[in-house]
Design a protein. Structure first.
Length: 133
C-alpha cells in the first residue's frame, strides 16, 4: 500500500465534490492513449509542480538505474507518479506521508494546481485554499 495524493489542473476539474469524484474516477482509468511517465503530456502548471516535487520525491520510473545505489532513507523517497494532461497521481511511501503531504500542498499552491487528499480525509483544495464541497 502507498500513501496517495493527486494534483490537478484547476481549469479542467469540476467545481462540486460529487462531479469531482466522478471526474477523478474517469481520470484514473488512464485512458488518454499515451504512457503515464512523461511530464510533457501535463499542463504547464502540473509540469511545474512535478519538476519541483521530483527534487525531493524521486520518480521511480526515472531512477531505476540508481535505485540499487540508494540507502534505505533515500529509497523511501522514491515515488510512483502517474502523469496525464489534467492530473498527476503520486504514490508515496507511508513513512514519508507527512512530508509528502506538506510539500505537495505547498507546491500545489505555488504552482496554481488543485490538490486531492486521496489516502487521507478526501479534501479537495484549490490553490487559493478554497475547498470543493
Amino acid at each position: 500500500m502507498s500513501y496517495d495524493l493527486m494534483v490537478f489542473e484547476i481549469s479542467k476539474a469540476p467545481k462540486t465534490k460529487e462531479e469531482f469524484m466522478a471526474w477523478y474516477e474517469q481520470q484514473t482509468q488512464w485512458s488518454e492513449g499515451h504512457g503515464y511517465n512523461d511530464p510533457n503530456v501535463a499542463s504547464p502548471a502540473l509540469k511545474s509542480w512535478y519538476e519541483k516535487m521530483k527534487k525531493t520525491f524521486l520518480p521511480m520510473n526515472e531512477n531505476d538505474a540508481v535505485e540499487e545505489n540508494l540507502d534505505e532513507d533515500e529509497e523511501s523517497y522514491l515515488t510512483d507518479y502517474s502523469i496525464s494532461s489534467s492530473v498527476i497521481y503520486a504514490a508515496f511511501s507511508w513513512s514519508k506521508a507527512e512530508e509528502a503531504y506538506a510539500l505537495t500542498t505547498e507546491l500545489a499552491q505555488k504552482c496554481n494546481v488543485g490538490f486531492f487528499d486521496v489516502s487521507g480525509d478526501g479534501d479537495i483544495v484549490l490553490p487559493d485554499g478554497t475547498e470543493i464541497n
